[in-house]
Design a protein around this ligand. Sequence first.
Ligand code: HEC
Length: 105
Amino acid sequence: MKRKIVTTAALLVIASQSTFAEHKGIKLPHMEFPMAKGEGMYATKGMCNMCHSWGYTINQGKQSKAFWRKKVRKMIDVFHAPIKDEDVEVAVTYLFAHYGNGKEE
Ligand code: HEC
């Protein structure tokens, strides 16, 4: 919760300083978060970037394979992400290869 407030506050500061905010109210700045290149990148991009930016995902830092599996399952079970069961491991493998901490659990 605290983190969310800090992020929101930071975005508001950035937005209020940008010229977009001058006449048309607050417009959040567009931010690009490049994905690490590698096997499964395009598949994972298709599965994960339709609802939120990649920044939301990599904000978690380097994590275990079990952590990423749990997150992908959460996206499906809680947010109804249209990810097929057989594609879960594609995303998990990609995430762990590039944003993993080397630990299975
Ligand atoms: C159907 C929409 C949807 C898709 C597709 C989706 N997400 Fe999410 N994701 C969300 C929502 C909504 C939140 C925000 C939850 C919150 O603010 O508490 C979120 C939040 C997150 C978070 C932040 C931590 C957390 O647990 O809330 C991570 C990490 C994440 N998603 C990873 C992924 C990954 C990896 C994929 C692809 C495998 C993915 N998401 C696909 C909807 C989606």
